[in-house]
Every structure is written in structure tokens, then in C-alpha cells.
Design a protein around this ligand. Structure first.
Ligand SMILES: NC(=O)c1ccc[n+]([C@@H]2O[C@H](COP(=O)([O-])OP(=O)(O)OC[C@H]3O[C@@H](n4cnc5c(N)ncnc54)[C@H](OP(=O)(O)O)[C@@H]3O)[C@@H](O)[C@H]2O)c1
Length: 303
């Protein structure tokens, strides 16, 4: 008897964003059957619409990258933050559970209070210090309560080619201005979206079970060190920078910060490596790769 092979399907929500766009493209390029939705195609926060759009589609896993991610906007719009990051995450997870699909929900290091000097492990208590962190914590809890096969995956300081982030802003500013500053008293680990695509793929199907998972590149830095490494790589690659130094400023001096930020939120990735059998690369290598890719794409021109 000849068996029939049905290719597994993965749905991606938030595919217009930095991480969702990268996962959709990278996994499609790697041969996955991907169906992706951006905010226009599937605005979250309406359970009926969700059922209408996803109810008729067969899929094996769904990765929810859609979220209200502006920390200060969330602080002043708590209702919208809890609706998108909490309630809507719950609706998505319940729909996945009902369809027998795995929900992989993307979360954040901001669920921690940042008081620990040690990297956080998955069993550490989440104690958010902002509306954003609290709303993401509610989303995680809802996803994990929906069933044992679902994952809540915490990432931090996400960068990649699909939407500019801190790293791109530092390089762009150094190309046009003679001084660049960044916060020197807040630590975490940058996470490259292209590396997330590789590291997360086994969790769509191959890794059994579910639960909390920390997924970042390795190492730790503050924003000043992160920006400085970006400029070092950009200078080495021949970009015509007006400054090659990133100055340090305290977080308390940034008047635009409405929400409180956790100070030290490095995530331990031991569980990721043990289950996924793939080792993340150091954040410095990922930043260098991103800068080379941006130059190759013609976004920045070397001399
Ligand atoms: N960026 C980081 O440094 C960082 C750090 C830790 C964790 N994370 C987490 O990583 C995940 C992906 O973040 P990202 O960096 O890719 O952020 P992003 O670029 O802001 O992407 C989020 C996407 O969600 C969409 N969205 C917002 N509200 C929505 C709604 N009601 N319905 C449908 N879509 C909606 C956004 O649409 P619009 O573009 O139209 O607003 C955006 O395309 C999020 O869960 C975030 O909490 C990010």
C-alpha cells in the first residue's frame, strides 16, 4: 500500500511585524507550508472574526507573533494592551486547542522584574513592572492553560531585516550625526529574527510537550555595548560613519520612557538547547551577520 504524505501546515499571525515577517519568509524558503496573516488580514481581539478566518483552515501549528509591542504606548493604553496581548492570545490558543493544533505564542523578557543578576530560567517567577509586561504575562498564562502542547516562547531585544530596531537606529544615526548615545544601565540579550527561525522550527512539531521556553542569542550586554558593537561592525565593513563611538547615558535620563523598564533580563537558554538540540550563536555574531546582510541588500552603502 502506498501511504499518502500530507505536508504539515503552519499559520503565522503578526506576519507584518519584525519577527512574524521573518518567520513566514524563512520557513517558506526552508520548505514549510506557511499561511500567514498580517494585522489587516486578521485583526486580533474579535473571537468571531478569528473563528471565521481560521476555522475553515487545517493547520498543525500556529505561531502568534502579533502583539502590541510599544511598551510606552501600552502603559498609557492599558485596555488595548490587555485586549491584544492577553485576551486575544487566549482566543487564539483556545482555537488552536479546539482544532488539535499547537499554539506557539511569542512572549517577552519584560515579564520579569529585572532585579536578578543571574540569567532567568523558565521556572523563575514572572513579576512584571509595566502594563506591557503584565499583559504579556496574562497572554502566556492563557496559552499554557489552554492545553499541554502549547508553548510560550520568551525572546528579548529582537532585531532583523523586516522592521528597523535599536541596532538599525544606532547605525543610521551614526551615518548622519556626529554623536550617538545609548542607555548603559539596562542589560538583556539581542535576538536575531533569522536565528529565531532556525531555533524555533523544531518546536513546531519535533519537540514533544509544551510550556515556557527562553529563546535568545547567547551572552548579555547593555544598550551602549550593543550599539557600540554594531558601530564596530559597521566601521569594519566600510560604512562612512560620522562617529564610531556610542556614549553611555543612564536610563533615568530618557524622558520619553513612560513605562518602567526591568533592568536585568538576560534569559537562560539551557532548556532551548536541551530540547531543540540547536545551539544559538553569540549575539555579537548575529549583529555582525545582520549588518553584512543589510549592506548586501543595499540598505547601507560602504565606501
Ligand atoms: N521587539 C522586541 O524587541 C521584542 C522583545 C521581546 C519580545 N518581543 C515579542 O516578540 C513578538 C514579535 O514582536 P516584533 O518585534 O515582531 O514586534 P512588531 O514588529 O511590533 O510586530 C507585532 C505585529 O503585531 C501586529 N499587531 C498589533 N496589534 C494587533 C492586532 N490587534 N491584531 C493583529 N495584529 C496586531 C502589529 O501590527 P502593526 O505593525 O500594524 O502595528 C505588528 O505587525 C511580540 O510578541 C513581542 O511582544 C519583542
Amino acid at each position: 500500500m502506498i501511504g499518502t504524505y500530507q505536508m504539515a501546515t503552519t499559520v503565522i499571525l503578526g506576519a507584518g511585524g519584525r519577527l512574524g515577517a521573518a518567520l513566514a519568509r524563512e520557513w517558506s524558503n526552508a520548505g514549510e507550508n506557511v499561511i500567514s496573516f498580517d494585522r489587516k488580514e486578521l485583526p486580533l481581539g474579535n473571537a468571531e472574526r478569528l473563528e471565521q478566518v481560521l476555522g475553515g483552515i487545517e493547520f498543525d501549528s500556529l505561531v502568534n507573533c502579533a502583539a502590541l509591542t510599544n511598551v510606552d504606548y501600552c502603559e498609557s493604553h492599558p485596555e488595548e494592551a490587555f485586549k491584544t496581548n492577553g485576551e486575544a492570545a487566549n482566543e487564539v490558543a483556545l482555537l488552536c486547542e479546539q482544532k488539535g493544533a499547537r499554539c506557539v505564542h511569542i512572549s517577552t523578557d519584560y515579564v520579569f522584574d529585572g532585579q536578578s543578576q543571574k540569567p532567568y530560567v523558565e521556572t523563575d517567577s514572572a513579576k512584571p513592572v509595566s502594563v506591557y509586561g503584565e499583559s504579556k504575562k496574562l497572554g502566556e498564562e492563557a496559552v499554557l492553560a489552554a492545553g499541554p502542547r502549547h508553548w510560550a516562547v520568551r525572546v528579548s531585544w529582537v532585531f532583523g531585516p523586516d522592521r528597523p530596531s535599536f541596532l538599525d537606529q544606532v547605525v543610521s544615526r551614526a551615518l548622519s550625526e556626529s554623536s550617538v548615545d545609548a542607555v548603559s544601565d539596562k542589560w538583556a540579550t539581542p535576538t536575531y529574527t533569522l536565528d529565531v527561525a532556525t531555533l524555533l522550527r523544531p518546536f513546531l512539531r519535533r519537540v514533544q510537550g509544551g510550556g515556557l521556553l527562553h529563546l535568545t542569542n547567547t551572552g548579555a550586554c547593555n544598550w551602549q555595548e550593543y550599539g557600540q558593537h554594531a558601530l564596530d561592525c559597521a566601521a569594519a565593513a566600510g560604512l562612512p560613519l560620522k562617529t564610531v563611538k556610542v556614549g553611555g547615558v543612564p536610563m533615568s535620563s530618557i524622558k520619553a520612557f513612560v513605562a518602567k523598564r526591568p533592568v536585568h533580563t538576560v534569559l537562560d537558554t539551557t532548556k532551548l538547547v536541551a530540547l531543540g538540540r540547536l545551539q544559538p550563536r553569540p549575539w555579537q555574531e548575529a549583529v555582525e551577520a545582520h549588518i553584512h546582510n543589510r549592506i548586501a541588500a543595499g540598505v547601507w552603502k560602504s565606501q
